[in-house]
Write a protein that binds this ligand. Structure first.
Ligand SMILES: [Zn+2]
Ligand SMILES: [Zn+2]
Length: 446
């Protein structure tokens, strides 16, 4: 072979290499940081990825499972991760899964989806209606799983460009079961620097997001009380101790906690949502059960409310010669902390979402008295929670979450997947680990 042939071969090889974008222009290169969000959005809108997410979401929608019973949901996710070649740990908190994409070394950043459905009958008539009577994905968690898998696919495709490790968190039992607390207590956040999560929203248009820095959702707790008196003939009340009247007074007194004892500028709620007692027109029952929820935006106000709810119920019952016991179900329904968005992650989110959607489409929300168990993650490490708009303005209002008429607008799926992927990948690029800690902590799953 002549020297000319060698030169030509070398030249051809160089030409080939320089025309191959993955080698000369990494997808997640730090120089192109401002372009990464729109690159991911374009990837997520590709028909094959969009249709993949739609297929996953519809399959989950047809087979809803309640908290800590997401066995088939969890199996589907693991099959998908296996297919993508993504290693994971399972089971965590019964059905939970944690997957790993990237170097296996710091920094670590987590993105999260919840998996559970609600115990309610779907009223929407469509091809992929729930096949399980009395159970429905009426909060959009089917879409959350589909979007996290969509993000996983994109990140795995570009894993060699990741400067650290993305942790995929699929958690059970968001709807009151505190699945996030169980995942956190199992140690999944060890060495993790930050976590991002979102919820689909029926309040904002597709292509917009909404959030705020600081407290975004309230702390939440539940309680139930049994008020016991002495039943008897409704026409001879002097021989009874009437728990209906005592419970009515208790409910009125409970409403004074927020209106008379709380700072009007410190939002709080006490709601009695259940009142059960008696079964006849002319019989005073032995006992009444009441139950409800309380919300606040600081731990201090929350614990003060809890203390006063117990005190008011037991003391007000005794005013009317009844006995009362109060149960806060702290084991089965753990108190949810306030969901607080980290201020530095807020800046990161605004920048990345702004690059992807335009600054005018990154909206500010008012704090909500609703609660979200993402708060357990954000209590342990810097966390950030936001809403993904899914209103199609040509179709009018969408029924809100927990309605039997709730519908997910699947056009929102690419936005959630792209935001998950962009926030995590750019976070890693912007947070190189201190040299000294690089070898100290690692996840050995990879
Ligand atoms: Zn919900
Ligand atoms: Zn939800």
């Amino acid at each position: 072979m002549s020297s000319c042939t060698w030169v030509c071969l070398l030249f051809n090889l160089c030409t080939l290499l320089s025309s191959y974008p993955a080698l000369s222009d990494p997808f997640l290169g730090e120089k192109g940081l401002t372009e990464i969000p729109s690159k991911f959005l374009n990837l997520a809108k590709r028909p094959e990825l969009f249709e993949y997410m739609v297929r996953i979401r519809r399959s989950l929608h047809e087979n809803p499972e309640l908290g800590y019973e997401e066995f088939e949901t969890s199996r589907l996710i693991r099959n998908e991760l296996d297919g993508m070649g993504i290693p994971y740990k399972h089971p965590i908190a019964v059905t939970g899964i944690v997957g790993y994409i990237g170097t296996g070394n710091p920094p670590f950043v987590a993105i999260r989806a919840d998996m559970d459905a609600l115990a309610m009958q779907e009223a929407v008539e469509w091809e992929h209606k729930s096949k399980v009577p009395g159970k429905m994905h009426a909060c959009g968690h089917d879409a959350h799983v589909a979007m996290l898998l969509g993000a996983a696919k994109m990140l795995q495709e570009h894993r060699s460009d990741l400067e650290g490790t993305v942790i995929l968190v699929f958690q059970p039992a968001e709807e009151g079961g505190g699945g996030a607390k169980k995942m956190r207590d199992a140690g999944i956040l060890e060495n993790v620097n930050a976590i991002f999560g979102f919820h689909v929203s029926s309040s904002y248009p597709v292509g917009t997001v909404a959030t705020r820095a600081g407290p975004v959702m309230a702390a939440s707790g539940f309680f139930e009380a049994k008020i016991s008196g002495k039943g008897g003939h409704a026409a001879i009340p002097q021989h009874t101790i009437d728990p209906i009247l005592a419970s009515s007074n208790i409910i009125v007194s409970l409403q004074h906690l927020v209106s008379r004892e709380a700072d009007p500028l410190d939002s709080q709620v006490v709601t009695i949502a259940k009142f059960q007692g008696g079964h006849a027109f002319n019989v005073i029952p032995d006992s009444v059960t009441i139950a409800g929820t309380f919300r606040a935006f600081s731990q201090e106000s929350f614990m003060q409310l809890k203390h006063r709810i117990e005190e008011v119920i037991t003391l007000q019952a005794s005013v009317q010669r009844c006995n009362a016991s109060v149960n806060f179900y702290a084991d089965e329904k753990p108190f949810y902390p306030v969901t607080v968005n980290d201020k530095d992650l807020h800046k990161h989110f605004q920048k990345i979402a702004g690059h992807m959607l335009g600054d005018e489409n990154v909206k500010e929300v008012q704090p909500l008295m609703g609660a979200e168990d993402f708060s357990f993650f954000a209590e342990a490490i810097p966390g950030y929670f936001y809403y993904i708009g899914m209103v199609d303005e040509t179709e009018g209002r969408i029924a809100p979450g927990h309605s039997p008429y709730f519908k997910v607008n699947e056009d929102a799926l690419p936005y959630g997947a792209a935001l998950h992927a962009s926030l995590a990948a750019t976070y890693l690029l912007e947070h190189p680990p201190p040299i000294a800690t690089q070898k100290l902590s690692s996840h050995d799953e990879l």
